[in-house]
Design a protein. Structure first.
Length: 123
C-alpha cells in the first residue's frame, strides 16, 4: 500500500535546497541547541531556558536568526558564551549534534539506512 505509493513517488521528487534551508531556519530551530550548549557550559537548564528566551526576543526585535547575533550580543545574555557557539547555531551543527542511535547526525542516518536495507533484504 503506502510503501508502494512512496516508492513510485520518490524518484519524481525535486527539492529546492534554498527554500528548504530558509524554511528550516524559521522558528528558531537552533534555540534548543543554544540551550544545550549553555547547559554543557555549566548553566542550569532553567537559566539556559531564560537566556535563550532573551536571545530569541532580541532576534525578534532585529528580525534575524540566532546565528546572526554577534558574539558580543550573545555574551550580553551569558558572558561565558564563546565563539564556538556558532558551531551549534548552524543547521549543519544542529543536525550533527544529535550523534546517537536514531539521531540526525549524517553517520547515524547512514547507519539507520543500512539497518533498514538489511531488514528489507532479510524479509
Amino acid at each position: 500500500g503506502s510503501l508502494k505509493i512512496f516508492a513510485d513517488m520518490i524518484p519524481a521528487i525535486s527539492c529546492r535546497r534554498d527554500n528548504m534551508r530558509a524554511a528550516a531556519m524559521k522558528g528558531f530551530a537552533t534555540a534548543t541547541d543554544l540551550a544545550d550548549y549553555l547547559v554543557r557550559q555549566g548553566s542550569t537548564f532553567r537559566d539556559a531556558h531564560e537566556i535563550v528566551g532573551k536571545a530569541v526576543a532580541r532576534c525578534v526585535e532585529k528580525a534575524c536568526d540566532l546565528s546572526e547575533l554577534s558574539l558580543q550580543e550573545l555574551q550580553a545574555f551569558s558572558p561565558g558564551i564563546g565563539k564556538e557557539v556558532f558551531d551549534v547555531l548552524t543547521l549543519e551543527g544542529s543536525v550533527a549534534a544529535r550523534n546517537h542511535i536514531g539521531g540526525t547526525a549524517p553517520n547515524q542516518v547512514r547507519a539507520a539506512i543500512e539497518r533498514a536495507r538489511k531488514r528489507l533484504t532479510n524479509q
